[in-house]
Design a protein around this ligand. Structure first.
Ligand code: NAD
Ligand code: G3P
Length: 332
């Protein structure tokens, strides 16, 4: 039986730990706060992030990362992108030498413009073949409630990908393997930015035509960037691209969409942060890093640019809409 450490006990870390436990994997979670670890181990609940969900009694949690990592052959990294490097620095010496490192985070690191798998290899020294990424239309609360969904596990080492697939396949969660790590990471990071744009549009009262237009043109941006970085465009036509875009851009459960909606409705960055209940809306920081990554590869990403201008340079949402619609016309 595989032994997994899930490092991070927020919404997705908790929901994915439940998936692993339901699949028969031995799981120990690490939570930053001891009270979160205690609620998971003793009450089989995580009321801080997934209120009302009962967790499997077999799921254990600790606030000591060394205990979680002891003997783990799967290490699941479930903290926000911008905190991964710092957290990994503290965890690296306790990670088992040949374990597989699975990233759940969907973002691009500010400043370095690195994908999460690159950060993981750089900080831990792990060969890239040991690093995997999980990404797809996976809103945590729906998965935790056992609603059927699929996902992609990307790893250049197909044996590790299949081992991970076995460790998390359940009657409600269907993982597909894919060797395209870059495509999965680009899809996961970019869809959050596009979901912010969809939320902004709904916040100013725009309807489904606008939503569909943003999703479709957002996909075009994502594919342009992915191809420039070496991704297979077919990955972005799959669960980790279109699939995740549709789920995140359409659901009120999405923190990114909710954040954007509050900005569109006239709220401040601070009130939008409160609306997401302190949980991470990765696109707010990643819009700037994705924009910079695109610029460094001469890739045009006008929606990403507009989201950056609204979030970080004080542009109003109506002005951003005007900017986008005022661009020169061109073939599709
Ligand atoms: N929630 C979802 O539906 C979902 C689904 C798929 C992927 N993801 C991705 O998974 C990653 C984690 O998301 P989440 O939903 O679990 O986030 P969250 O905000 O719900 O929880 C974040 C967790 O990381 C911990 N943490 C450790 N160091 C931290 C730091 N320096 N700053 C902030 N938190 C820190 C927090 O204590 C918390 O347990 C993100 O990249 C997100 O995009 C989320
Ligand atoms: O709540 P969001 O916007 O972070 O999106 C959650 C997941 O990434 C959906 O797949």
């Amino acid at each position: 039986m595989s032994k997994a450490a899930v490092l991070g006990a927020g919404s997705w870390g908790t929901a994915f730990a439940k998936v692993l436990a339901d699949a028969g994997t031995d799981v120990t979670m690490w939570a930053r706060r001891p009270e979160v670890a205690e609620a998971i181990s003793v009450d089989h609940q995580n009321p801080f992030y997934l209120e009302g969900i009962t967790l499997p009694p077999s799921l254990k949690a600790t606030s000591d990362h060394r205990l979680a990592l002891e003997g783990a052959d799967i290490v699941v990294l479930a903290v926000p992108s911008q905190s991964l490097r710092e957290n990994l620095g503290a965890w690296t010496s306790s990670i088992e030498p040949d374990s597989t490192l699975l990233s759940l985070a969907k973002g691009i690191e500010s400043g370095t413009l690195m994908r999460m798998s690159q950060v993981i290899s750089q900080v831990t020294g792990a060969d890239p073949s040991r690093v995997a990424v999980l990404s797809g239309p996976n809103l945590a609360r729906e998965i935790a409630a056992g609603q059927p969904a699929a996902t992609v596990i990307a790893c250049t080492d197909s044996v590790r990908a299949v081992d991970l697939q076995k460790a998390c396949a359940t009657g409600y969660f269907r993982p597909y393997t894919n060797p395209d790590v870059i495509g999965c990471e680009v899809g996961g990071a970019c869809k959050n930015v596009i979901a912010l744009a969809c939320g902004m549009a709904s916040g100013i009262g725009l309807g489904e035509n606008t939503n569909a237009t943003i999703i479709t043109r957002g996909l075009a941006e994502m594919i342009r960037l992915g191809v420039a970085l070496g991704a297979n465009p077919a990955t972005l036509a799959g669960l980790a691209g279109v699939g995740d875009l549709v789920a995140t851009c359409s659901s009120p459960l999405s923190r990114n969409r909710t954040f954007g909606h509050h900005l569109g409705a006239g709220g401040s960055m601070e009130s939008a942060q409160q609306a997401t209940k302190g949980q991470v809306a990765e696109g707010v920081k990643s819009c700037t890093s994705v924009r910079a990554l695109a610029a460094s590869h001469d890739v045009e990403m006008p929606l990403t640019e507009a989201v950056h201008l609204v979030c970080h340079e004080g542009m109003s949402v109506p002005d951003a809409v005007g900017l986008l619609l005022g661009r020169r016309t061109k073939p599709e």
